[in-house]
Design a protein around this ligand. Structure first.
Ligand code: DP6
Length: 346
């Protein structure tokens, strides 16, 4: 009988963003999203099933989580307990391989190999790892693991699968058609690289959950995005992924990041997640692409100022040289363009 399991799960970065829920209890999104897992940035989680503890406990990077303030954990735990009990009832002899749940407490330890304060989708990797570990302990199928990860944090469900993942919003009220599918494994596009530029270690002004709630309540632009923009973008992005068309992937990614931050500004009161350094990076990327007469690099920002850049491997030395040379800098994008001399760019 397995009583303890350790798993490691990567973060994922959305190329087409999830922002807004159609059901907050079931954690169903308003629109589809598409992500890429970043294999090097991971959460490693151990779940132990113990009978001698008074309560469930969660420790992240050595710090105890106050479960009274974090109802998301309870939501995942309740669902796992419900499923474990149901399985015992469904199976006349009891499931001999799954551990018993009665009197059992969960002791969870999670470590990330990147700072969680940097706002790098750490909750995504954390809840995905949690769900994955529960899946291994209680023999849950992939669909159930995806659903448990989603109950923790919406974006987490995309980290359960690897490579490029499409999270489909579905339309059913009970969420039965809301699922994740793998579009391609990471080795489908081995030349693709991500560079994370940390512009601030501060924690976000307003977390994604409350932020998107406010957007759903107040933004008219969000309705346009959900109905008229995202569906077409998803089709085009899926095609760009299957044909490894970097320029199309990059342009859709940048536009979708910018639209996310536009609906944030269209929220009342507005949500401002980008800082001056973020705008500087945006300017630098467009200046670089202009300079080369082709889209060689893309940026994307979640609910925070830190930047994830995408480029193909042959462009990485140039990108890194430019980042080192022009960041941080007080120059405007036009100044950057002037400063982009041949020696750096080639
Ligand atoms: C901007 O998954 O953190 O990163 O579902 O409320 O936990 P909850 O929100 P969360 O939101 C992520 C928003 C985003 C975009 C994305 O990852 O798609």
């Amino acid at each position: 009988k397995q009583k303890k399991v350790t798993v490691s799960v990567p973060i994922n970065i959305a190329l087409i963003k999830y922002w807004g829920k159609r059901d907050e209890e079931l954690m169903l999104p308003l629109n589809d999203s598409v992500s890429l897992s970043i294999d090097e940035l991971r959460a490693t989680t151990t779940i132990s099933l113990v009978t001698d503890a008074a309560a469930d406990s969660v420790c992240i990077n050595g710090k105890e989580v106050d479960l009274g303030k974090q109802s998301r954990f309870a939501r995942c735990f309740n669902e796992v307990r419900r499923l474990a009990r149901k399985r015992k009832l469904d199976d006349a002899d009891g499931d001999k391989t799954a551990p018993s749940i009665d009197g059992v407490k969960f002791v969870i330890n999670s470590e990330t190999n990147f700072p969680i304060e940097a706002g790098l989708a750490s909750s995504a990797a954390g809840f995905a790892a949690l769900a994955f570990a529960f899946g291994r302990l209680f023999h849950l199928d992939d669909t159930t693991v995806v659903r448990i990860a989603r109950l923790g944090s919406g974006s987490a469900c995309r980290s359960v699968l690897s490579g490029f993942v499409h999270w489909r919003a579905g339309a059913a009220a009970d969420g039965s058609d809301c699922d994740c599918i793998s579009l391609a494994s990471a080795d489908h596009w081995p030349e693709l690289r991500a560079v994370v530029a940390v512009t601030s270690g501060d924690s976000k002004a307003m977390g994604s959950t409350r932020g998107m709630e406010n957007t759903v309540e107040t933004s008219t632009l969000l309705k346009h995005r959900v109905s008229n923009v995202v569906p077409d973008r998803v089709v085009r992005l899926r095609h760009a992924i299957s044909s490894r068309d970097f320029a199309t992937l990059a342009n859709i990614t940048m536009r979708d990041s910018n639209q996310l931050h536009s609906v944030c500004l269209d929220t009342h009161p507005p949500l401002m997640y980008l800082n001056e350094a973020s705008w500087h990076l945006i300017g630098l990327v467009h200046a670089l692409n202009d300079h080369f007469g082709a889209t060689r690099v893309a940026y994307t920002f979640d609910a925070g100022p830190n930047c994830c850049l995408f480029a193909e491997v042959d462009f990485i030395p140039t990108l890194l040289a430019c980042l080192l040379k022009y960041c941080p800098s007080s120059g405007s994008p036009t100044k950057i363009l002037e400063k982009l001399d041949k020696s750096t760019a080639e």
